[in-house]
Ligand binder design. Structure first.
Ligand code: ATP
Ligand code: MG
Length: 602
């Protein structure tokens, strides 16, 4: 998907933060000459806006310091991973960094594996793709491509007396581990000879033992106050197919073992992750240091993950919403997934602006969803063409216009951008206005249309309500008015003032369209507060579908075009369901935050 970059507010230069300070210092001291970060999602779900924060940080650093950011599938757990996720992750990353940091994206030749024995500074595998064409023949890195090398490293650890094969069951291992304030107990298998360990480990690889029968554990310190250093498991037996390596392995490395080594193999300089990995850092460093590796080692740095109000973010919970069909799929526009936000019409640049705005810290906090909404509105206000649309139509008949008479009024396309020009909109005897812009019995401060009252129709003229028509149930179905055509721009009554201005479309010359009005998915800012089941606070009104009427210029609205429907919000054609002649529009966001009022917040 391409993003128009004309008239966009300049993307804020990321202000410095503690991670960028470290990177700058490492360049200044000569510790590194080329900065290499990575974005390492596990392909077990779709990416969400929290991942977007990490993508913007890692690619933003590569961009700012002239470095590279590898896209790596962190695929060491075969049971939950799938090729569908690999593909969606690639699409989402390309979309999010497209036109911004594509030239920083580190990919590798398809089917090849970086070989640490022959790679000289990874030159072969730093292949920034500047154009889409240059990406042909390239693919992301896969941690699973390193399974042979990681296995060899494990053998090296065994030889050095730093790892042993353990026969304890999971439950027993649990008992031996101790608690944070009580040291653990050594495994009875800890003192196996190197020869026996090597033999057993090879037989584990050969498939001689069932799942769970044995593990390979690092030999560190069962009394360490850091539980992650109490001889953690680094390999386990899993007789399952892997989406990338097929049936080759029945022995898989644990995340902690595979991750630091994948970083090392790819020549990553700064391995940026979220705060929960802070307690794993001593293990990250221990593994790399225990192997006596020749090249410079990556440094792990942690930052606070994004938590956003009125939504849930973990893949497990998003998966639950998708699988239980509480949303229409991973790209449901109400989800905080990147594909959902994209389908809803949120521009990639607005997400990047949001990421730059929230910055990077070491403190976990809840980000107000208003910050995200502000970034979206600011950009759409600057870039969207204005159009007239009526979501819930009420018929107005202008009795002083002849049937078939058409007056064309000129409307401004974007007051924020004079270059966007103007267009003509047809004005006819029968119009539609918004049901809520008419009240039969109106309170004193109601400045829209009421019996005997006047209102201005935007870009057109003032109308006066003479009469109402009701159906058998008492419902107002038609409002009969007189148009003061001289109150139009340039008319003799042009200076006539009324208090209200409303939008409208011609009845005959408008297009019917389904419009999907999205709202927050949850009614509570923290859906899981106090251990509550997040599904118990789903917003029953998070999707409302209306049959609207749009001004005729929207009949064949080009895909990927964002509009402001005046007085209503920002909309675009749904990329999946909108068709020529049968438009389906999605509301990206309202004009103003209506939620604040409802939630009773100031
Ligand atoms: P989840 O908890 O949603 O399942 P995860 O951490 O398991 O996410 P990964 O695929 O492992 O997902 O994440 C890839 C990268 O994105 C990691 O470096 C992780 O730290 C980062 N990341 C994940 N969630 C967030 C978040 N909410 N804010 C910032 N970064 C995040
Ligand atoms: Mg993870």
């Amino acid at each position: 998907m391409s993003e128009s970059v004309t008239n966009l507010p300049a993307e804020p230069a990321a202000t410095s933060d503690f991670i960028r300070d470290i990177v700058a210092a490492d360049l200044a001291s000569g510790k590194h000459t080329h900065i290499h970060t990575r974005f390492p999602p596990e392909p077990n779900g779709y990416l969400h806006i929290g991942h977007a924060k990490s993508i913007c940080l890692n690619f933003g650093i590569a961009r700012q310091f002239g470095g590279t950011c590898n896209l790596r599938m962190d695929d060491t757990n075969p049971t939950k991973e799938d090729i569908e996720y690999v593909e969606s992750i690639q699409a989402d990353v390309h979309w999010l960094i497209g036109g911004w940091a594509d030239d920083r994206l580190g990919l590798k030749p398809k089917g090849k594996t970086p070989d640490i024995l022959t790679v000289k500074g990874q030159a072969d595998f730093q292949l920034p793709a500047v154009t889409a064409g240059a990406r042909d023949g390239l693919e992301p890195f896969y941690a699973s491509d390193y399974f042979d090398q990681i296995y060899d490293y494990a053998v090296q650890l065994i030889r050095a007396g730093h790892a042993f094969v353990c026969d304890l069951s999971l439950e027993d291992m649990e008992k031996f581990r101790g608690t944070p304030d009580r040291p653990g107990t050594n495994s009875p298998f800890r003192e196996r000879s190197v020869a026996e360990n090597l033999d057993l480990f090879a037989r584990m690889k050969a498939g001689e033992f069932p799942d769970g029968a044995r593990t390979l554990r690092s030999k560190i310190d069962m009394a360490s106050p850091n539980i992650w250093l109490r001889d953690p498991v680094i390999y386990r037996i899993r007789h399952v197919e892997h989406h990338h390596t097929g049936g080759k392995w029945c022995l898989y490395p644990m995340y902690d073992f595979a991750h630091c080594l994948s970083d090392y193999i790819e020549g990553i300089t700064h391995s940026i992750c979220t705060l929960e990995f802070e307690v794993h850092r001593p293990l990250y460093d221990w593994i790399l240091n225990s192997l006596g590796l020749p090249r410079s080692l990556p440094r792990q740095i942690e930052f606070a993950r994004l938590n956003l109000g009125y939504t849930v973010m973990s893949k497990r919970k998003l998966m639950q919403l998708v699988e239980e069909k509480l949303v229409t799929g991973w790209d449901d526009p109400r989800l905080p997934t990147i594909s959902g936000l994209r389908r809803r019409g949120v521009p990639a640049s607005a997400l990047r602006t949001f990421a730059a705005t929230i910055g990077v810290t070491k403190f976990n906090a809840l980000t107000d969803v208003a910050v995200l909404e502000h970034a979206i509105r600011t950009e759409l206000n600057a870039t969207s063409q204005r159009r007239l649309a009526v979501l819930r139509p009420l018929k107005v008949v202008l009795t002083n216009l002849a049937a078939g008479e058409v007056i064309e009024f000129e409307a401004v396309n974007n007051p924020e951008d004079p270059a966007a020009g103007t267009r003509k909109i047809p004005f006819t005897r029968e119009l539609y206005i918004e049901q809520e812009d008419f009240m039969e019995v109106a309170p004193p401060k109601y400045f829209r249309l009421r019996p005997g009252g006047d209102v201005r129709l935007k870009y057109a003229c003032i109308i006066h309500c003479d009469e109402i028509v009701k159906d058998a149930t008492g419902q107002v179905v038609e409002v009969r008015c007189t148009a003061d055509l001289e109150s139009r721009a340039g008319g003799v009554n042009a200076a006539r003032k009324v208090k209200g201005t409303i939008h409208w479309v011609s009845a005959a010359q408008s297009v019917a369209a389904e419009v999907r009005l999205y709202d927050r998915l949850f009614t509570e800012e923290e859906p899981e507060q106090g251990g509550r089941d997040f599904k118990s606070v789903l917003n029953a009104h998070s999707l409302e579908v209306v049959q609207a009427r749009l001004e005729p210029s929207l009949a064949d609205a080009p895909a990927e075009t964002r509009y402001q429907f005046e007085r209503l919000g920002y909309f675009w054609p749904d990329p999946k369901d909108s068709q020529p002649g049968r438009p389906v529009f999605a509301r990206t966001i309202t004009l103003k935050d209506t939620w604040v009022k409802v939630a009773g917040k100031a």
